[in-house]
Design a binder for this molecule. Structure first.
Ligand code: GTP
Ligand code: MG
Length: 615
């Protein structure tokens, strides 16, 4: 049996991306810190810029107060006015320099973080197993990879930038007011305390709503992606209106969450505190003035100092909710990256040139844990170089069966062995590089035809690509496009038919020259000229390697060395064509449904005789 003793990283992945630097994924804050920690100098600039900005802002009321005092003495000492004005001017020029430093650094950190996180997430997504991708809606993943990553950028700039920048403004009035009269700190301290308490409550209220906004955006996006992906079905069944309704429903939910967030923001108390502090502070200073405890200039300076609270109060409204959104986004991205993915790449596993022997040993498989088994007790063996036809009704488990060979999925029980080694003990990359699967629905990238063919071997020369296309009987139709091999698929309406796609996929396989070729050829009838081409291509591709062929084509079935008949996830019959005709009722029935008088081979309606005789 397969043993589970393998080095265990918290989240096993199918491939290790080139790590640019390690991040700590144990929590959203720690994770963000491990990202920004790479830019210590920029962080320092942000702090220095923010503190300096606040200190120099406080210089304005201080010098203004002095100017007032100079004027209030009799006779007025006007010669003091110019130095005060120049001091204010100098302070503000220096201040704008510091502001530039702060803003620029914060913006740079935000943008770099966005890029780094996007890279990290993308690499992580490519490493996830098929089981993960099947369960995770594409639209939601897209929302996280685009909008949530963007939220983190905004969280730093302007979010955190303003939080740090304005926090310094909270302390400045307390520090400076003390110089005028110790009791004058009362109002600023009271404001600070109530501000912190109100903010804390505000954030606690905002946090779940911010998370909800992000989540609903993801849901809305998932729906959108699905509807556009399935647009043909939507149109074909005239369901546009229903889809619009469903989408509108999700858009409404997203809006509701946003409105709720706005509601919390509107009830932000520090705005009220600011007004109270301004009134109370003025009153306090006037009382002290009347009692002769402070000078007139001190009153002016003090009132100016209280005004400094305006900045943290107003920015906190948006800045903190930006931070809350950023944190919610970070949590969502991290959750995606940390989510369990069951296949791991087994770097230390077996890696050797493959001979191409495949053995299924009592294999059972279910897509979901504890779910209905799709395959039950499958056992058979394929020798290197053999061609196996897998036949069976739709839903019998044919596609599922072949996906176990390259570990697209892992068996639930039993073992799949390649060259006598459990596939789970193979190095995953070595295993997959030597197995080529041509899927039922062939996916082509929106790149040139040449690039699509060379997908598994990017360094292939043009000559190699053309040779592969010729072997796959694809050269002719490719040359029929005005731009030949440089035709970009998906551009200017260039789409390919099922048969053409299949031949491109075969050309891919010729180029990578895998030891095992798996062909899920469940396409329905094609005109006989194309059929003939495809047959030739498949026959050529099968030569010299182990081939698993899922097919409904009688000609192909007949020339297979071994035929596996699947029925409801079990092997109903197994053997050569002649054997099965003699022994298996199921097999004979399949032949009848395919429209051929069993065994005679004549009167076949689905295509020509095998175009190339078996060797
Ligand atoms: P055709 O391609 O139609 O000829 O069928 P097939 O023999 O290839 O069947 P396949 O192996 O695709 O499916 C076998 C069973 O598994 C069916 O009952 C499917 O409903 C089920 N199945 C296939 N793919 C998935 C999947 O990704 N998740 C789950 N939960 N079930 C699946
Ligand atoms: Mg299938």
């Amino acid at each position: 049996m397969h043993n589970g003793k393998r080095s265990h990283t918290p989240t096993p992945t199918e491939f290790t991306p080139p790590i640019r630097y390690a991040t700590n994924r144990s929590g959203p804050v720690r994770w963000l810190l491990s990202h920004v920690g790479r830019y210590p100098l920029l962080l320092l600039f942000i702090f220095v810029g923010a503190l300096g900005n606040a200190a120099l802002a406080a210089a304005v009321p201080v010098f203004l107060g002095r100017a007032f005092d100079a004027m209030a003495t009799s006779p007025p000492r006007t010669e003091l006015l110019l130095p005060a004005a120049l001091a204010i001017l100098g302070a503000q020029v220096a201040r704008s320099g510091l502001q530039f430093l702060r803003n620029f650094s914060a913006e740079l950190v935000g943008q770099r973080l966005e890029r780094d996180i996007r890279d990290e997430l993308y690499a992580s997504l490519l490493g996830k197993s098929m089981a993960f991708h099947n369960a995770q809606p594409v639209g939601d993943t897209m929302a996280r990879a685009t909008n949530d990553v963007r939220e983190i950028n905004l969280m730093f700039s302007p979010g955190l930038l303003l939080v740090v920048g304005s926090a310094a403004f909270l302390f400045m009035p307390i520090i400076v007011a003390y110089r005028y009269h110790p009791s004058l700190v009362t109002v600023p301290v009271a404001f600070l305390v109530s501000y912190v308490v109100a903010l804390w409550r505000y954030l606690r209220e905002l946090d779940p709503i911010a998370a909800q906004v992000r989540e609903r955006f993801g849901q809305m996006n998932a729906r959108l992606a699905e509807a556009i992906d399935g647009i043909e079905v939507v149109k074909g069944t005239a369901r546009e209106e229903a889809e619009v309704d469903r989408f509108a429903g999700l858009a409404r939910r997203f809006r509701d969450a946003f409105v709720q967030k706005g509601d919390v923001e509107a009830r932000f108390l520090p705005l009220l505190f600011l007004g109270l502090a301004q009134g109370a502070g003025f009153l306090h200073a006037l009382l002290l003035f009347r009692a002769g405890q402070v000078a007139l200039g001190d009153v002016v300076a003090y009132v100016g100092l209280i005004q400094l609270f305006g900045f943290p109060t107003f920015v906190s409204l948006s800045a903190y909710s930006q931070v809350a959104s950023g944190l919610a986004a970070a949590r969502r991205i991290l959750e995606l990256m940390n989510r369990e993915s069951h296949v791991d790449q087994n770097e230390a596993g077996h890696a050797a040139p493959m001979r191409g022997e495949i053995e299924f040993r009592n294999v059972s498989f279910a897509y979901e844990e504890g779910g209905e088994p799709v395959l039950t007790h499958i056992s058979f063996k394929v020798h290197p170089g053999q061609t196996v036809a897998i036949v069976g009704q739709t839903g019998a488990g044919k596609t599922t069966l072949v996906k176990l060979v390259n570990r697209t999925y892992d068996v639930t029980a039993g073992q799949v062995l390649v060259d006598g080694v459990d596939v789970r003990d193979w190095n995953l990359a070595a295993l997959r590089e030597q197995i080529s699967i041509i899927e039922q629905d062939i996916f082509l990238f929106s790149r040139t035809i040449a690039e699509n063919i060379a997908f598994g071997k990017p360094d292939a020369t043009m000559d190699e690509i053309v040779a592969a296309a010729k072997a796959a009987q694809a050269h002719e139709f490719i040359m029929a496009f005005p731009e030949g091999y440089q035709t970009v698929i998906g551009e200017r309406g260039v789409t390919l038919s099922g048969g053409q796609r299949q031949r491109l996929a075969l050309a891919r396989a010729f180029l990578t020259d895998p030891a095992i070729l798996i062909l899920d050829d469940s396409t329905s009838a094609i005109d006989s000229a194309t059929e003939d081409k495809i047959q030739r291509a498949i026959y050529a591709a099968a030569r010299g390697r182990t081939t698993l062929l899922i097919t409904h084509r009688l000609s192909q079935i007949r020339w297979a060395d071994l035929i596996v008949v699947l029925r409801k996830g079990r092997i109903a019959a197994i053997g050569t064509h002649e054997e099965l005709l003699r022994t298996s009722e199921t097999y004979r029935r399949i032949f009848v449904t395919l429209g051929t008088p069993a065994g005679t081979g004549s009167g076949e309606q689905r295509g020509p005789e095998p175009c190339v005789p078996r060797a």
